[in-house]
Write a protein that binds this ligand. Structure first.
Ligand code: GUN
Length: 291
């Protein structure tokens, strides 16, 4: 059994990007720029945005962070996005979700120029992804595909079972792996909470992608021997032995499922670190296209 080291792969990707950016600097060119917009005080969002900021600085991207109060109006946010849509120093715009309830998330996502939509959430980019066109892909599912590639895990003709149907992970990862392309071309099934017999389906998986948001939901009797496990879940569960009072677990019962698997991603240190690596890569891709 091989533990997929997402932390290492993400570090490799950042190092590759750092090199490309230093080459731009050596040539006297401008560097890719990313702005993150955080509205309000959501603690998990603050952590994510802080990690993003650190990673940007490490690879040499131009990075900007706008912290706005929870009282910011939708009109104000729309105006700010318009300003960045027209800002030549900015190639990627990330509006951290969730937004406060009085702001319509769909309206905000649709206001971001699709060419600067480094989250890959704009309906134009989602549509392009579905029909297999080259576009900015959402970071977490793109990170999953990249991990499979870098570990030379064959996907062509394999049965990938995606557990979960969110717009951020389940639906896009299923679509990406379905494409008739290298690193994809899989037979894909999506299962979710309404499935009558989930286990019959998950047991057929050559590659199982868990993106449900339920701690340790996938048990060893739900998978076959030799399965590849990609665990996208990040769940806080109480743990009195930790100083913080909690620990992070995935959507997979790692201790038991790992015994049956050929490859498995840990939590933390699996898919998680890939999200930011893909965000930085998307910013670089957007920069190359906008130049
Ligand atoms: N909130 C949780 N995950 C994400 C993400 O990938 N992008 C944005 N913009 N917000 C998030």
């Amino acid at each position: 059994m091989t533990i997929i080291d997402g932390k290492q792969v993400a570090a490799d990707m950042r190092a590759e990007l750092k090199l490309k950016i230093s080459e731009l600097k050596d040539k006297g060119k401008s560097v890719p720029g990313l702005v993150a917009i955080l509205v309000g005080e959501d603690p998990a969002s603050k952590v994510y945005v802080g990690m993003k900021e650190k990673a940007c600085i490490e690879v040499g991207l131009y990075s900007k962070l706008d912290r706005l109060s929870a009282e910011t109006t939708e009109a104000e946010l729309l105006q700010l996005i318009e300003q960045y849509n027209n800002d030549e120093k900015i190639h990627g715009i990330l509006v951290q979700l969730p937004l406060p309830k009085h702001i319509n998330e769909d309206a905000i996502i649709e206001a971001i120029s699709p060419s600067k939509d480094v989250d890959g959430f704009h309906p134009i980019n989602v549509g392009k992804m579905v029909i297999g066109k080259d576009t900015l892909l959402p970071c977490t599912p793109h990170g999953v595909v990249e991990l499979l590639k870098r570990y030379n895990i064959e996907t062509k003709g394999k049965h990938v079972v995606v557990v979960g149907r969110s717009n951020i992970v389940g639906k896009p990862v299923a679509n990406m792996l379905l494409q008739k392309k290298a690193g994809a071309n899989a037979v894909v099934t999506i299962v979710h909470s309404a499935a009558e017999d989930l286990t019959t389906i998950t047991k057929q998986a050559d590659i199982l992608i868990a993106a449900i948001g339920v701690p340790e939901f996938i048990k060893s009797d739900m998978v076959k021997d030799g399965v590849v496990i990609i665990d996208v879940g990040v769940n806080r569960v109480e743990d009195s032995s930790k100083k913080s009072g909690y620990k992070l677990v995935g959507d997979v019962d790692f201790a038991n499922v790992s015994e049956k698997s050929s490859y498995i991603t840990p939590v933390p240190g699996g898919v998680g670190p890939m999200t930011i690596a893909m965000l930085l890569q998307n910013t670089y891709s957007a920069y190359l296209k906008l130049k």
